[in-house]
Design a protein around this ligand. Structure first.
Ligand SMILES: [Fe+2]
Length: 295
C-alpha cells in the first residue's frame, strides 16, 4: 500500500514538474566558440541564440516577453533566431513577432524559418518587426574594414536548402550559418562553414534517465539532439529551444538561451591538441598540429 502511494506521488511530482516547472525554467548557457581566422575586430563578439519559441496556448505571450527581456539583459552584439516561432495556428505569428520586435542587439537580429513556419508569411511579418530573415542567402557584417558572413538556409523539411546559393559571393572570411534543422551539418561541413547554429530538436524535450531522448526529430536520430558538435572544420551548436510541441511538457531538457562569444584561433584541431606532448599526441594530430603549436 505504502509502495503504491509512493509510486503515485512520484508520478504526480514528475508530471507536475514536467508540465508546470521545467517548461518555464530557462537556462542561459554561455559558450566560447573558436573561429579560425576570426578578424581581430570580431574577437569577443557575442551572439544570443534563441530557437523554437512555438508561441501557442501552452507557450504564452508573457513567457515569450520574459525570454526577450532575458536576451536583452545579455547585451549581445547580434541575436539569431533559428525557426519555429509558432505551433499549430498562424494566429500566434503576429503576437510573437510583436514581442520579438523588442529584441535589442547592437548589430542586428537575424533569423531563419523552421518546419512549423509558413515561409512567406513569416518572412513578411518578422521583417516588419525589424528582423532580417535569411532564406538561402547571406549578409556581410562589417566592423570598419573587417567583416564576416552571417548566412541562413531554408528549412530542410518544408523548404529547399540551397547551400551553394546561400554562400555564393562569400570569400575566405568566417561564415556563420543559421539553420533550423541540425541535419544541415551534413552539407555545411563540406562547404567551408565555420559555425552552424541550429534548433529543431528541443533537446529531445522529454528525456528519461538511462533511456535517453524520447523525441528524435532529425534524420540523424539522436545524434545531434543538443549541444556542441564538431564535423570536420565545422562546429555546430544545437539549441534546446524555448517552447514545446506535441506535448506541453519538458523533462530533463530545460528551455535554453545561448550566448556565444567568438574567439580567434589558428586551428581548432591544434586547440584540441593543446596540452598534448610529443609522447602522448596521436600520430595524425602530432604531424598536423604539434609543429603549429610551437608557432
Ligand atoms: Fe520546434
Amino acid at each position: 500500500m505504502r509502495g503504491a502511494l509512493g509510486c503515485g506521488f512520484g508520478v504526480l511530482s514528475v508530471g507536475g514538474y514536467s508540465r508546470l516547472l521545467e517548461p518555464r525554467w530557462v537556462e542561459i548557457n554561455t559558450i566560447g566558440i573558436n573561429i579560425s581566422g576570426l578578424p581581430k575586430r570580431f574577437e569577443g563578439m557575442t551572439i544570443a541564440h534563441v530557437s523554437d519559441i512555438h508561441h501557442c496556448k501552452y507557450v504564452s505571450r508573457e513567457f515569450v516577453r520574459r525570454c526577450v527581456r532575458k536576451v536583452n539583459a545579455l547585451c549581445p552584439d547580434i541575436i539569431v533566431l533559428t525557426g519555429d516561432y509558432i505551433y499549430c495556428s498562424r494566429e500566434f505569428l503576429f503576437p510573437v513577432a510583436e514581442e520579438l520586435s523588442g529584441l535589442q542587439a547592437r548589430e542586428g537580429v537575424f533569423a531563419v524559418v523552421g518546419n512549423h513556419d509558413n515561409k512567406d508569411q513569416t518572412v513578411h511579418v518578422l521583417s516588419k518587426a525589424g528582423i532580417r530573415v535569411l532564406v538561402n542567402e547571406h549578409v556581410a557584417l562589417y566592423r570598419k574594414n573587417d567583416y564576416l558572413f552571417i548566412a541562413g538556409v531554408d528549412d530542410l523539411w518544408r523548404g529547399r536548402v540551397d547551400l551553394r546559393r546561400t554562400l555564393q559571393g562569400t570569400d575566405d572570411k568566417p561564415k556563420l550559418l543559421l539553420a533550423h534543422n541540425p541535419d544541415v551539418i551534413e552539407m555545411a561541413k563540406g562547404a567551408d562553414v565555420d559555425l552552424v547554429m541550429a534548433g529543431h530538436t528541443h533537446g529531445g524535450q522529454v528525456n528519461f534517465p538511462f533511456y535517453g531522448h524520447q523525441v528524435a526529430y532529425g534524420r540523424s536520430g539522436v545524434r545531434y539532439t543538443a549541444g556542441l558538435f564538431y564535423e570536420g572544420n565545422t562546429t555546430m551548436y544545437v539549441n534546446r529551444g524555448i517552447g514545446v510541441s506535441w506535448l506541453p511538457v519538458r523533462f530533463l531538457a530545460r528551455p535554453e538561451i545561448t550566448l556565444f562569444t567568438l574567439q580567434g584561433t589558428k586551428n581548432r584541431k591544434c586547440d584540441e591538441a593543446e596540452g598534448l606532448t610529443s609522447k602522448n599526441c596521436p600520430g595524425d594530430l602530432a604531424s598536423e598540429c604539434y609543429s603549429r603549436m610551437k608557432c
